[in-house]
Design a binder for this molecule. Structure first.
Ligand SMILES: Cc1ncc(COP(=O)(O)O)c(C=O)c1O
Length: 421
């Protein structure tokens, strides 16, 4: 593990903040569904001298000299990503998930074209057409939703009707707050009827697909997958665009650079290569399955105790609690309460939420990070118990402080990768 001696000498303020963050991560439970802990090897790449290199272009076709080692790492990242997701082409340069989506949209669309994505209040992401994004000034976004929020089933009949009427150029699968599997084959059939591209933004579930615990949209003929690399995939913060066919991949390459970005962040590309190498190992498949086992177990623990989950369960790594129905509390208050006992999650809109976006009815939580720490079904019950105790004892400050101490003691048994014990 690095000692951070140079940082301590050079900048005490940042050093102290870093030490504080390490303690927070070590002593707390991370239930934010989009977060994870990377391996020490991934961390080492991110703090490496690859940062010092400009590498505009792609392996073998750069605008600057001195690329013998950057070419090796970027080519390895590409090759490993292609194997991991059974893709024809991979662009590993997008700086994050949002720029990956931007690259994909700009490569496939003309201004004024229509995209059909999941309704944001039913789980879709900001970059799928939230009115606050600049994307909505350029493209038109139409929506699909759940037919039944008790099961989470998507209304594919309505999706088809809207697609026939609106003729979208992209049908977009993917979400950041939806706990069920999508029927990619049905979406592909609708897209084929209207001549639309099929794109899956699998930012949240990429690790579950790489680990073969969830279905790969390419197996149902999807054209493009965009993703982040830092959530379930357990790599550095970053994005990636994959295509099933090489020809479409070339379009993505042109749009990412020079279309949108400048030089790739090469230390992150190196870290992506390492993370993809880790994900290709059989242990990663065990990890991916355990994430889902843990999520299902925690969901069942809650439901057995009258906690109302949106769609009444989960098929993936995340779940949404309807806090108003469960405890007559808004999500924001529950987020703050769990913060006080060292358990971190986020308030979240739930489908057809009666409350406003900044003060929604739900919280979202997920199991990727705690599964990385080695927690299994028994620990899901311990954590569920901590959370329900906090709800019950919320007006008793001493009891909440005592619970926080219990959480810290519990966390000590599960070291965080990359942080010395
Ligand atoms: C489905 C989806 N797409 C895109 C993004 C954006 O990723 P980033 O925050 O890396 O830009 C996210 C992040 O939450 C996401 O959940």
């Amino acid at each position: 593990m690095p000692t951070y001696d140079a940082l301590k000498t050079a900048d005490a303020d940042i050093y102290n903040a870093l030490m504080g963050e390490m303690t927070r991560q070590t002593e707390g439970v991370e239930l934010i569904a989009s977060e994870n802990y990377v391996s020490p090897a991934v961390l080492e790449c991110m703090g490496s001298v690859f940062n010092n290199k400009y590498s505009e272009g792609y392996p073998g076709k750069r605008y600057y000299g001195g690329q013998e080692y950057t070419d090796i790492v970027e080519q390895l990242a590409i090759d490993r990503a292609k194997i991991l997701f059974n893709a024809g082409h991979a662009n590993v340069q997008p700086h994050a998930g949002a720029p990956a989506n931007m690259g994909m949209y700009f490569a496939l669309l003309e201004p004024g074209d229509t995209v059909m994505g999941m309704d944001l209040s039913h789980g879709g992401h900001l970059t799928h057409g939230h009115p606050v994004t600049y994307l909505t000034k350029i493209f038109k976004f139409v929506r699909y939703k759940m037919k039944d929020i008790e099961t989470g089933e998507i209304d594919y009949d309505e999706m088809r009707k809207v697609a026939l009427a609106e003729k979208p150029k992209i049908i977009l699968a993917g979400f950041s707050a939806y706990p069920r599997e999508l029927d990619y084959a049905k979406m592909k059939a609708i897209a084929d009827e209207v001549g639309a591209y099929t794109v899956a933004d699998m930012a949240h579930i990429a690790g579950l697909i790489a680990g073969k615990a969830l279905r790969n949209p390419f197996d149902d003929g999807f054209d493009v997958i965009t993703t982040t690399t830092h959530k379930t995939l357990r790599g550095p913060r970053g994005g990636m665009i994959l295509t099933r066919e090489e020809a479409l991949g070339k379009k993505m390459d042109k749009m990412v650079f020079p279309g949108l970005q400048g030089g790739p962040i090469m230390q992150m590309v190196a870290a992506k290569a390492v993370a993809f190498g880790e994900a290709l190992k059989p242990e990663f498949q065990v990890y991916a399955r355990q994430i889902i086992t843990n999520a299902k177990h925690l969901a069942q623990y809650f439901m057995d105790r009258n906690v109302k989950l949106v769609t009444n369960g989960t098929d993936n790594h995340l779940m949404l609690i309807d806090c108003v129905k469960s405890w007559n509390l808004p999500g924001g208050e529950v987020e703050k309460l769990f913060d006080r006992i060292g358990i971190t999650l986020n308030k979240n809109m739930i489908a057809n939420d009666a409350r406003p976006p900044m003060d929604p009815s739900g919280v979202r939580l997920g199991t990727p990070a705690i599964t990385t720490r080695g927690m299994k079904e028994a620990e899901m019950e311990t954590l569920g118990g901590f959370m329900l105790s906090a709800i019950e004892k919320r007006s008793d400050d001493a009891a909440i402080s005592a619970l926080h101490e219990e959480v810290k003691t519990f966390c000590k048994k599960f070291p965080v990768p990359g942080i010395a014990k």
